[in-house]
Design a protein around this ligand. Structure first.
Ligand code: CP
Length: 334
């Protein structure tokens, strides 16, 4: 495997094989599988789970890793192309990335969306420009419009909890959050659930529609898998019969890049906080998922996070196992 950038680059069978490998590595550890291998980790955006789970994954497979992020005591990194570097930044990303990559056998990169221009973010302009500087296998640890490691872990989590694939109803719901957040997780989640064969409903208020390209990509995946994709702002209709309610906040696509207009719109939807009432007509065993971090009492009520419906902790643990499978395929002996 030369890259793990998008679940869409793999067949459903290949994804299921990765998930089987992740489960096997959990029950049958391979502490020498990546002996002597090094993973370079570049975080241009913050993290808890991704940072810790990749490091843990490498240790559990017998390899090692190192982390570089702007929060550390490193030279200031300039990312703008063609700039005269007479300001604070002492190092350009054009040197930094090849140097970091040269120390490892593969590299993981995280760079959130700029959220100024939706066309540029949809085209993954920044992530592509970073990857062009790498001559090693690479892993997308979250880019403007993708978070494949999260989606692989989410697919596995639903398998672990026996959530039906075909005929399973997956509700991806927008939730209130005080800040405009990236579209990476909703984009990746939508595609993953469609690829898994589920009937996916995107529930969101007006002004927060997912971009048509994302809906079309998911619809194509659903057609291939026997699933379906719909979008609505009607909560009661969306959650009826749901097997999964997956909450996530994202930026207004109507006001993308306009913080004030986005804020004004989202403040009309303060009541989009998942609580027990959302599950009144769902399946009895409907589960709550979220990629984390999550704001308690804002995105979701304590009664859900602390109750039996929530599977957010095993979901987060599966990040490590899913990434172990990816690393095993990428760096292990053939
Ligand atoms: N879900 C996720 O990617 O978490 P972090 O941002 O903490 O890595």
């Amino acid at each position: 495997m030369k890259a793990f950038n998008d679940l869409a680059d793999f067949s459903a069978e290949e994804i299921r094989a990765l998930i089987d490998l992740a489960s096997r590595l959990d029950t049958h550890p391979e502490p020498d599988a990546l002996k002597g291998k090094v993973l370079s980790l570049l975080f241009l955006s913050p993290s808890l789970r991704t940072l810790a789970s990749f490091q843990a994954a490498m240790v559990r497979l017998g390899g090692g890793s190192f982390v570089i992020s702007p929060d550390m005591s490193i030279h200031g990194i300039e990312t703008r192309p063609g700039i005269v570097m007479d300001g604070a930044a002492a190092e350009h990303i054009r040197e930094a990335i090849p140097v970091i990559a040269s120390y490892g056998d593969a590299i993981g990169i995280r760079a959130f969306a700029e959220r100024k221009n939706i066309a540029a973010d949809m085209a993954e302009k920044e992530f592509s420009s970073l990857i062009e500087l790498v001559d090693k296998p690479y892993i997308n640890m979250e880019s403007a419009m993708n978070h494949p490691c999260q989606s692989l872990a989410d697919w596995k989590t639903m398998d672990d909890f026996s959530v039906p694939a075909n005929a399973g109803k997956f509700v991806l719901s927008w939730a209130y959050h005080p800040r405009a957040l990236p579209l990476a997780v909703p984009a990746a989640t939508l595609h993953m659930a469609a690829m898994r064969g589920m009937d996916v409903t995107v529930l969101r208020p007006e002004g927060f529609e997912l971009p048509p390209q994302l809906m079309q990509k998911a619809a194509a995946a659903a057609e291939a898998s026997g699933g379906s994709v719909t979008e609505t702002d009607q909560r009661s209709q969306a959650v009826e019969g749901a097997h999964i309610i997956y909450a996530k906040s994202w930026s207004s696509t109507r006001h993308y890049g306009d913080k004030l207009a986005d804020q004004k719109l989202r403040e009309q939807y303060l009541d989009w906080c998942v609580d027990n009432t959302w599950f009144e007509t769902s399946q009895d065993d409907c589960r709550f998922m979220h990629c984390l971090p999550v704001r308690r009492g804002v995105v979701v009520a304590d009664e859900i996070l602390d109750g039996p419906r929530s599977i957010v902790i095993p979901e987060a643990r599966n990040r490590m196992l899913a990434q172990m499978a990816v690393l095993h395929q990428m760096l292990g002996k053939k």
